[in-house]
Design a protein around this ligand. Structure first.
Ligand code: ZN
Length: 120
């Protein structure tokens, strides 16, 4: 039985228990953006528990702050494999994929609005 303060979370895509790992993230004085390729490829529906892009296993000037994250190894594996391929696509295919995903997202948001039961 789970006895941490949060019950074991499960990845809703892969039905796997999330793992935790310690690492480092940006200091509060750092503001940075992920790679544009990353922004276009990252899809929270597909990889809801992927290791965040600002997470680093090693401490550095850029990543001074200790954190513990919860991640899904399957999300990480699929993200890494997919991202590797995505980066090799021609620019126009990247844009098209990004565009298609944004459209799907907008459509979903619309449907959610129309379903109209806001949370209690
Ligand atoms: Zn997952």
């Amino acid at each position: 039985m789970p006895r941490s303060d949060q019950a074991a979370e499960v990845c809703k895509v892969h039905q796997q228990d999330l793992q935790s790992k310690e690492g480092f993230t940006f200091g509060s004085n750092v503001s940075a953006d992920p790679l544009w390729d990353y922004v276009r490829f990252m899809d929270e529906e597909r990889f809801p528990n992927v290791t965040p892009w600002d997470f680093s296993p090693r401490q550095s000037d850029l990543h001074p702050t200790l954190i513990t994250i919860h991640y899904c190894p399957q999300c990480d594996a699929e993200f890494d494999a997919g991202f590797e391929k995505f980066r090799q696509l021609p620019e126009e295919d990247k844009e098209a994929a990004f565009d298609a995903r944004l459209r799907r997202q907008i459509q979903k948001d619309k449907e959610a609005e129309q379903d109209g039961d806001g949370d209690a």
